[in-house]
Design a protein around this ligand. Structure first.
Ligand code: ZN
Length: 152
């Protein structure tokens, strides 16, 4: 994204907000060269996106499913809806660039976990326990010790 004033290439994002109920992300940017500030809107393309499930079946992408899963995982945690919406939009934008029309559900789950881990570790463990289908307390313990190692 070039600066509309001086056409410099380097800009940095100073603020990101969710718009149109999660279907777009508005970013406030600042030119690294002339400090000019401007906004961009990135659309999340969701129409016609198909998710390939682990058993190979395909189904239409359903944002509300992910939203509900994340809401459960973040219950009583200091994570607000805006953060969740942002997380989903960010993940889907990245995946749409990478996969275009058909996105493996595994990629969605993993990308979400990656980002959730940085937002709230308790929510991450909750989400992972459902997503990864932990079979017993040992799976859970393994995940937590991996998390501890990662964060020292
Ligand atoms: Zn500029």
């Amino acid at each position: 994204m070039n600066c509309p004033r001086c056409n410099a290439r380097e800009t940095r994002v100073i603020d990101s907000r969710i718009a149109r109920d999660g279907l777009a992300i508005r970013r406030r940017r600042q030119c690294m060269q002339c400090d000019y500030r401007f906004s961009t809107t990135e659309e999340v393309v969701q129409e016609g996106v198909v998710v390939i499930k682990r058993d190979g079946r395909r189904e239409e992408f359903d944002r509300s499913k992910i939203l509900n899963g994340l809401r459960r995982a973040t219950e009583k945690r200091p994570v607000d809806v805006e953060q969740i919406e942002m997380l989903i939009s960010d993940v889907m934008m990245g995946l749409e660039n990478e996969f275009e029309q058909e996105i493996p559900s595994r990629a969605i789950g993993e990308r979400i976990m990656e980002k959730l881990k940085k937002i709230d570790q308790i929510a991450y463990v909750r989400f992972a326990s459902v997503y990864k289908d932990f079979r017993d307390i040992n799976d859970l313990a393994d995940e937590i010790s991996a998390l501890k190692k990662e964060h020292g």
